[in-house]
Design a protein around this ligand. Structure first.
Ligand SMILES: Nc1ncnc2c1ncn2[C@@H]1O[C@H](COP(=O)(O)OP(=O)(O)OP(=O)(O)O)[C@@H](O)[C@H]1O
Ligand SMILES: [Mg+2]
Length: 251
């Protein structure tokens, strides 16, 4: 049976220029930090940006952005929460608050579809998606629901990260999901292992973000995050990945 919500998703995203998902098979490499800080940095440049937190079990984008979870307002759909001028956020935390969301596989797929079908993004240059760790259901689902989605793959230079992220790059190629760029994060010296991995998979290396010890103190404070060195490095990386252009569409 055809689920009518699938057809609604394309209409809901009609005003969105580009869709890019920060993903990594590896946990804890900085997907959420990169998504949220990139969103703030682009909004600071006058872009209209939305962030969709798809990490249902570990949703934390609202914590990084200092947004208290509250039920979204309804207006021909659910309106994402406003973070700053030009940046909005939709997260399962808006519905579940700090309660744990215990979802099985098919329920995760259903929740992704539901969130995409109800959210009223309006006109955006860019929708950034904060993906959960792993090469699982979420990547398959979102790739199927938003075929034009591009991936921004995050890895640290450690072999503990690249060894796992390689599998994601192979999987994305198999799924024919375009990789807009690979970002080396938490770099403390040499980002060459990540560059080399990008070369091996013939995908663009977008740039590197140094380990910034004081970023931890800025979590929850959007203005401080937007002024961080991480924000400047991510803007450079997004330009390199050609994702920082104005791409607003008419809704
Ligand atoms: N460039 C950086 N400099 C310093 N700390 C960083 C940097 N990037 C990420 N971190 C820190 O590393 C930790 C993990 O980051 P984050 O939660 O963004 O990773 P993640 O990939 O989203 O994790 P998960 O897989 O659990 O979703 C956080 O405490 C974050 O502040
Ligand atoms: Mg995360």
């Amino acid at each position: 049976m055809i689920d009518p919500r699938g057809a609604v998703v394309g209409r809901r995203l009609a005003g969105v220029g580009r869709v890019a998902a920060f993903c990594s098979a590896k946990g804890g490499v900085g997907k959420t930090l990169c998504t949220t800080v990139a969103g703030l940095a682009l909004a600071g440049q006058g872009k209209k940006v939305g962030i969709l937190d798809l990490d249902f079990q570990g949703s934390s984008a609202h914590v990084f952005l200092g947004v208290a979870p509250r039920f979204p307002e309804e207006e021909k759909g659910l309106v994402p929460l406003e973070v700053t001028d030009g940046l909005c956020l939709m997260s399962a935390a808006a519905f579940a608050g700090n309660r744990a969301l215990a979802l099985r596989g098919p329920e995760v797929s259903d929740a992704i579809l539901e969130l995409l079908a109800v959210t009223q993004w309006g006109v955006l240059d860019l929708l950034l998606i904060d993906m959960p760790p792993g090469i699982g259901e979420e990547v398959l689902d979102i790739g199927r629901l938003i075929p034009r989605m591009e991936a921004l793959v995050v890895s640290t230079p450690s072999s503990a990260s690249t060894a796992v992220v390689e599998r994601l790059l192979a999987f994305l190629a198999e799924m024919r999901i375009v990789v807009a760029g690979v970002i080396a994060n938490m770099v403390r010296g040499d980002a060459e292992p990540v560059r080399e991995m990008a070369r091996r998979f013939s995908v663009p290396f977008a740039g590197e973000v140094d380990f910034e010890p004081c970023i931890e103190d800025a979590l929850g404070f959007p203005q401080r995050l937007a002024k961080s060195r991480t924000a400047a490095a991510l803007l450079t990386a997004l330009h390199a990945a050609d994702l920082a252009r104005e791409t607003r569409r008419k809704a």
